[in-house]
Design a protein around this ligand. Structure first.
Ligand SMILES: [Zn+2]
Ligand SMILES: [Zn+2]
Length: 272
């Protein structure tokens, strides 16, 4: 059992798909003996205005601030945000990050510029070529996103595979995208950013972390310094799930610390 379990990707009921309050999530984290937790409720930059994500951001920030006071000294609570599709509306994204004093920006990509989440399509209707094209477009967008210097960690890289491979059982040859994956990882390395090991896949049909170990290893080989680990839990009972397995992967890939973030600064916490 590891000493410092840190879950840096957690959703509360301030997320449209969340379920439990910040306080309830904190109690659960404390019961499970976590050292740190980052609340990262969804803010989707590309639909920010029409869905009034300004209100979500304000409420989440307020709730997390209160929880930090309540749990001061017993649980490290990071002010975070899962910012989706940041590069589709940079003005909205940067204005938001200037407004709030976040510890960690978990940057994700849930959809292409057409706005349909990768969880939505019926992939049985897609032939292999269509899937290949979709994944090329996904990695193209990730290349753009990973070069944006305002993110702190890149969330659930290979997210579409959760559905394409996990839910629909299709086989994807990841080697076809290795040039693009390398560019994404190099962008993170060059900007001193972290790569997230998202453990939600371990609880789902895909059965692996996102990204999987081979990509984490490649990140290390390309000079990657910082890893964050997040359960992406949307329920209190899922907090901390898979974090130890994520740490196992980090160790096998040659990392000796996991990053905690405070005020966008990575703080390496030794794996022990
Ligand atoms: Zn996400
Ligand atoms: Zn998430």
């Amino acid at each position: 059992m590891y000493k410092n379990i840190m879950d840096l990707h957690v959703h509360t009921d301030n997320s449209f798909d969340g379920n439990h309050s910040v306080m309830h999530m904190c109690e659960s984290a404390q019961d499970k003996g976590l050292r740190a937790i980052a609340f990262t409720d969804h803010i989707e930059a590309d639909i920010f205005k029409e869905h009034r994500f300004d209100r979500v951001a304000a409420q989440a920030y307020f709730d997390i601030s209160k929880a930090r006071s309540a749990f001061y000294g017993s649980l490290i609570i990071c002010q975070g945000i899962e910012l989706g599709q940041a590069t589709y509306d940079l003005e909205v994204s940067e204005e938001l990050l200037n407004k709030y004093n976040y510890d960690i920006v978990v940057a994700s990509l849930h959809n292409l510029r057409d706005g349909i989440d990768f969880s939505v399509p019926d992939y049985d209707e897609f032939d292999d070529e269509t899937i290949e094209k979709l994944l090329h477009e996904y990695f193209d967008e990730l290349m753009t996103l990973s070069s944006w210097d305002k993110l702190d960690t890149l969330a659930h890289m290979t997210y579409p595979l959760r559905y394409i491979c996990g839910e629909y059982g299709r086989t994807v040859d990841i080697k076809k995208y290795s040039d693009k994956i390398d560019i994404v990882l190099k962008n993170l390395v060059d900007n001193g950013k972290a790569l997230e090991i998202n453990t939600s896949g371990l609880r789902q049909k895909i059965g692996t972390t996102m990204p999987d170990e081979s990509i984490v290893k490649r990140f290390k080989d390309l000079g990657g310094k910082y890893i964050t680990i997040g359960s992406d839990s949307h329920y209190a009972e899922d907090i901390g799930k898979g974090i130890a397995e994520g740490m196992d992967i980090a160790v096998r890939c040659g990392f000796d610390s996991i990053a905690l973030f405070q005020q966008h600064e990575p703080i390496p916490i030794k794996i022990e």
